[in-house]
Write a protein that binds this ligand. Sequence first.
Ligand SMILES: *[C@@H]1O[C@H](CO)[C@@H](O)[C@H](O)[C@H]1NC(C)=O
Ligand SMILES: *[C@@H]1O[C@H](CO)[C@@H](O)[C@H](O)[C@H]1NC(C)=O
Ligand SMILES: *[C@@H]1O[C@H](CO)[C@@H](O)[C@H](O)[C@H]1NC(C)=O
Ligand SMILES: *[C@@H]1O[C@H](CO)[C@@H](O)[C@H](O)[C@H]1NC(C)=O
Ligand SMILES: *[C@@H]1O[C@H](CO)[C@@H](O)[C@H](O)[C@H]1NC(C)=O
Length: 392
Amino acid sequence: MPPSLSLITFLSLLLLRHTVTATTIGVTYIPSPTLPPPEQVIATFLSLKIAAVRLPVPDPNIIRTFSYTNISLFLTIPNSLIPAISGNRSAASLWLYEHVIPFYPRAHITAISVGTHVLAQGDVTAADLLVPAIRNVRRCLLDIGIQQITVSTTFSFVNIMSTPFPPSSAEFQQPANDFVIKPLLDVLTETNSSFFVSLYPYSVYKLKPEIPIGFALFQQHAYNFREDTITGVRYRNLFDSMFDAVVAAMAVAGHENIPVIVAETGWPCFDSSNEVEARDVYSKMYLQGLINHVRLGKGTPLRKEGASEIYIYEVFDTNDTAGTKGLNGDGSWQNWGFCYPNMSMKFPIDFSSGGSAVTEAEVMLVTAYILLDLLVSCRLDFIIALTRLGFY
Ligand SMILES: *[C@@H]1O[C@H](CO)[C@@H](O)[C@H](O)[C@H]1NC(C)=O
Ligand SMILES: *[C@@H]1O[C@H](CO)[C@@H](O)[C@H](O)[C@H]1NC(C)=O
Ligand SMILES: *[C@@H]1O[C@H](CO)[C@@H](O)[C@H](O)[C@H]1NC(C)=O
Ligand SMILES: *[C@@H]1O[C@H](CO)[C@@H](O)[C@H](O)[C@H]1NC(C)=O
Ligand SMILES: *[C@@H]1O[C@H](CO)[C@@H](O)[C@H](O)[C@H]1NC(C)=O
């Protein structure tokens, strides 16, 4: 009895070691003259134990400031440069000579996204130019002797997926699949690079009235799951289900092992048009729920190691014109930042460990908020929100 017991202990320790993986959790940082200077912001990142930062608008001076830290950097080449870079390798090398060469490897630049959400802008020409542009950036890096930086482009989940549920039967949308995603996947496999995707459960929750909010916010509840009827796998949160849809679609396209970096994810904490779910308390639940979930190191049902990196959107509120968040077409805007401009957190988030659990009191607070909204306004979406809240 004792020997077999110790064997079981040994095996389970082994299993534990294999399932505990290190997904790097980072943040998106968009500096602005109205915010504290980068040195001060970076000091805050260090004190919060933030290991990686995504810079959608990379400024050489800011990259230089990061070179005194161990924080890894995800840089972005603006969409407007894609035509030049795809046609002309010296345009690619010009950008690299300004943003990478002077700082690398002291600045831990690990990833470069050539453009962001290019398909979302419906610009077919730019999408056609993506893969040649990525190849040019990659070749320039190799010419300089840099192999370790992963070069790719960032897609938005809602722009590339068709029928994301059940995850196991998800595929990439046509025609994007044939003319840009498949050729890109070939390049990524060839160059040992990662697939970048922005993944917002908030957006999918807003699009699909049948999804209960607890499922989007990592709330644990016995009945809070959706079953993939093909694989029989039970998904307990929307993030995993969306992530696995991407993994399954890549497998259908013939590439099942490419690492996935979630370039953006988050939850708005304010909406100027009174979107009922855009609140601090939900934003906190989503972010801490995500961090705690990732820290368990169990990955997702289809990808044991989970995402290799996840970048939370975002540190400070910005009307991010480079991305798809912030200012809406109708003049309304959303805030996605978890910090005030004075760098104090809007709500506590623990990046380092298992973190603070979302308390029973907070769940009750959310319910109370919704009820209050219902009392002061009889808008239909509040009533819908209330019924959906009842699901968890
Ligand atoms: C940076 O990382 C290296 C190796 O991982 C470690 O030895 C060093 O202490 C780190 N420096 C800081 C400032 O964290
Ligand atoms: C290529 O790019 C460089 C740097 O941006 C520019 O000086 C040059 O004129 C471009 N050449 C062509 C043929 O577009
Ligand atoms: C591929 O990339 C991973 C992580 O970036 C690295 O550990 C591995 O050594 C690379 N493999 C090759 C063949 O370059
Ligand atoms: C975003 O734009 C709105 C509308 O112009 C403005 O009221 C808000 O303060 C802006 N937010 C930031 C962080 O600049
Ligand atoms: C930071 O700003 C917020 C919002 O304006 C305020 O509530 C908070 O007290 C400030 N914190 C500090 C330490 O100044």
